[in-house]
Design a protein around this ligand. Structure first.
Ligand code: BG6
Length: 470
């Protein structure tokens, strides 16, 4: 059975590099609070950052982060979390910082080091941990983007492997901890009706949208070094493509899933500049930390092909962007129309052909769209969605799930270096050679050039946020 449960030694401390940053504030503190409530976190949590903060300041920031993510409904869990916190301030280039960390760790021998820091600092911190003897029996959890291109990802892998054991390196992509994403894997391989049509003979195209109705929210400097392609496409959206496109795992185990996913990236055709439309929202250049003449994309749409037996010739369209009309993530797998148009209103003459839709956020849904006849003498109908799944109650947040898994040594929901490198190889040719950005209005669906990219396949389907009345 494919399971993520295996017993390994539990980490006996959690070290958060970059504890004063945005990610810790928004995602990690609420995740830690949930873990304490659940009874799964009761080891020291050592925050590390360069700011000269006191422990009291870190505690206050932790409490604020939890409050902003929702109500504090368990004061004693909050107190327990605050009492687990320790703080080390120092420069990551200074060996003294790592000595101070060693002291703060006390008796802990198997810490999990979480690097919630800019990618440019990963190598420095990993080497610092190694030099201070803080890597033996320890785990390292690395945030995406892992590297900034193929060459830097390879270099980083080599550094990480020279310091940590292979099975102690956890490359985090929080999308893999989302229930709706795990359900893609489950839905594909727990059902038999899908397999006969899940290929180039029946699938006309696949499109994936990750839209956000807010801008870079103070992360201008990070965005300048990353851009949309590196921030969410090479990782989050590619992971979704891999789960949709992979072959059945050859054996029952997550290792087999990882192998099949890596093969998808290996079969992807490297992108060329004309496969890509880059956009930038009007006003981005006035954001703090952004160059006045920036050509960094806050929107990216692309067309890619997977040169495999199953997917030959099927276009995969991906788009993501900041400051768009809605906040959602959705997949649309469009099937080919019936071979003959027996009715005047059949696709492709009217609307879309049948499709399968996976809503990933803000809610989860799996819907299958099929045409049915409207009562009356005439053979006309409309397309209705059959909902197979609606909002899941009691979902763990991705960070709570993934941090818990990493501290338990369970790598099933993490990406593997070979897959990350193969994904970089696909985007590498367009990281530097690409068309200039087109400006788009905040609140729109991006530059109009993105429409032309997909015009031959029925256009983009914008996620609709309220369920259509059937
Ligand atoms: C992060 C990106 O990895 O994913 C952000 O850095 C993006 O730019 C976020 O907003 C989207 O994920 P979620 O789960 O918050 O929708």
């Amino acid at each position: 059975m494919i399971s993520t449960q295996e017993s390994r030694k539990q980490s006996d401390a959690l070290v958060l590099f970059g504890v004063t940053g945005d990610l810790a504030h928004k995602k990690i503190f609420p995740a830690l609070y949930a873990m304490v409530k659940q009874g799964t976190l009761n080891v020291p949590v050592v925050g590390v950052a360069s700011s000269k903060w006191s422990l009291a300041q870190l505690r206050q920031r932790t409490e604020d982060g939890i409050r902003e993510s929702g109500a504090i409904d368990d004061r004693s869990a909050l107190q327990r979390l605050l009492s687990l916190l320790r703080y080390v301030s120092g420069d990551y280039n200074d060996p003294g910082t790592f000595q101070a960390l060693k002291q703060a760790l006390g008796d802990a021998r198997r810490p999990a080091h979480y690097l919630a820091i800019p990618p440019a600092l990963f190598a420095t911190v990993i080497k610092g941990l190694g030099a201070a003897g803080l890597a033996d029996q320890a785990r390292v959890i690395v945030e995406k983007p892992f590297g900034r291109d193929l060459a830097s990802a390879r270099e980083l892998s080599a550094i990480a492997r020279s310091v940590f054991a292979q099975d102690s390196i956890f490359l985090i992509d929080h999308y893999l901890g989302k229930e709706a994403i795990m359900n893609i894997l489950y839905f594909r391989f727990a059902n038999s009706f899908l397999e006969p049509i899940w290929n180039r003979n029946y699938v006309a195209s696949v499109q994936i949208t990750l839209c956000e109705n807010f801008g870079v929210k103070g992360r201008g400097a990070f965005y300048e070094s990353a851009g949309c392609l590196r921030d969410v496409i090479q990782n989050h959206l590619f992971q979704i493509v891999a789960l949709l496109a992979m072959e059945p795992p050859a054996y029952q185990g997550f290792g087999a899933v990882q192998c099949e996913k890596a093969k998808v990236f290996q079969a992807m055709r490297p992108l060329q500049p004309n496969d890509l439309v880059r956009g930038q929202y009007a006003g981005y250049r006035s954001e703090p930390g952004v160059a006045k003449d920036s050509d960094v994309e806050t929107f990216c749409a692309l067309r890619l092909f997977i040169d495999s037996w199953r997917w030959q010739g099927v276009p995969w369209y991906l788009r993501a962007g900041k400051n768009l009309a809605e906040t959602a993530a959705e997949v649309l797998v469009e099937l080919k129309p019936p071979p003959q148009r027996l009715f005047d209103d059949s696709a492709p003459a009217v609307g879309r052909a049948n499709y399968l839709r996976f809503r990933i956020s803000p809610d989860s849904a799996v819907a299958l769209a099929a045409r049915v006849k409207i009562p009356g003498k005439q053979f006309v109908g409309d397309q209705r969605e059959l909902y197979l799944l609606e909002e899941q109650i009691g979902e763990e947040t991705p960070y709570r799930r993934l941090l818990g898994d990493a501290m338990a040594g369970d790598g099933a929901l993490f990406t593997r270096e070979d897959a990350v490198e193969a994904a970089w190889a696909v985007v590498d040719p367009v990281l530097k050679t690409h068309p200039r950005v087109h400006t788009y209005e905040p609140g729109s669906w991006g530059p109009k050039q993105a429409e032309a990219l997909i015009a031959a396949d029925g256009g983009w389907q914008n996620p609709i946020l309220t369920r259509a009345a059937n």
